[in-house]
Design a protein around this ligand. Sequence first.
Ligand code: SF4
Ligand code: SF4
Length: 451
Amino acid sequence: MQTNFTPEQLADPHVETSEKILRSCVHCGFCTATCPTYVTLGNELDSPRGRIYLIKDMLENDRPADEKTVKHIDRCLSCLACMTTCPSGVNYMHLVDHARAHIEKTYKRPFFDQLTRNILALVLPYPGRFKASLYAAKMGRPFAAILKAIPPLKRFGAMLDLAPTEIARPSPYAKPGAHAPVAEKRGRVAILTGCAQPVLKPGINEATIKLLTRIGVEVVVPEGEGCCGALVHHMGREEKALVDARRNVDAWTRAIDNGGLDAIVITASGCGTTIKDYGHMLRLDPDYAEKAARVSALAKDITEYLSTIDLPAPAIQPNLTVTYHSACSMQHGQKITMAPKSLLKAAGFAVKDPPEGHLCCGSAGTYNIMQPEIAAQLKERKVRNLESTRPDLIATGNIGCITQIASGTGIPIVHTVELLNWIYGGDKPAGVPDARPGQRTSLEALVEAAE
Ligand code: SF4
Ligand code: SF4
């Protein structure tokens, strides 16, 4: 794609990066076929190619964002399916990040839009505030339908719909400290405790720590780490995202300097995508560029890390069929496609892929709150596809997908690592069916997986 930026514009390193990305797009439109918003809405401006044109026009003319551009960029899920499909290697993620930061600086949003964003940014990244908001949501739940019927308040209704009916107790495993291995030591990792996940499902990190220590890996929960910054990053609040990134880089650097780390293990793929991008996000900060690149190189999804380790023989044979839902941040953001399924198969599950597995479930951070109508359509489509495989349960690697899909199906959905912890000697995750007695023959397992 031809661009017309002036030398003065290109002196800005953000513009320089975006210009290179824009030039790599050849307008072929292949990306439109796999873009969930284009597939759902059928509007070119809600496709990657359409958004790229809007961003180019906005940045090239150095003008404030307008309503039309904001509308179509806001509708982007940041699922990155377009990056998987694009034959030219267009880095849409960095381009849309720049566009969102430009929008945040130059566009005045309507009152309720701004209010919702402010509330989300002030609550979700902080576990204490988030937990308090869940108690408030529990009381407000009966009013969800009323709020959804009032257009400016529909997002508050969507928030109430998503709030869990039961609020989990905090896990003692989330406290800073080191968890010693209970088998012969063969590794040392740090774990991201994060923000929303330990409030919604503390059992995920607990299962991770129990599994890792049982197989000989020391797990450090570093003092001072917190939200990865993805939530505000996707809102275009760049400075706040960089504050979060620097704080985490500092916490993990202390852990690296004090005993070394083989990996920084992450159990929410949405966070993993952002942490793996810290090196890019902090590339212009001379005090952090190198440290951030080191942290990004060490960041591993839990399934990526477990794939590097010889696991023991399974303690039980589940004889259950799992349909694996690959989160967008897992398959498109981090390009991890095989590791979770291989681990589940090795643990004795029959593993199925759903149809249209590349399409987002509509969760996408706070998307299901900010764009509830599109998110609901995507959820319905995702649930239909998952249920068509008739599994005993669904596994995935991202808390946002778990919350979104669970609100649309009665099939149990759990994190992949919760299942692995169970099979390798831990507790069975709540809601998962019991292991079936009897040994499924390999032929039966193959036939079932192929159905
Ligand atoms: S990130 Fe997802 S929603 Fe956004 S343009 Fe790409 S494919 Fe479409
Ligand atoms: S597939 Fe890639 S090169 Fe083709 S239009 Fe989409 S972003 Fe541009």
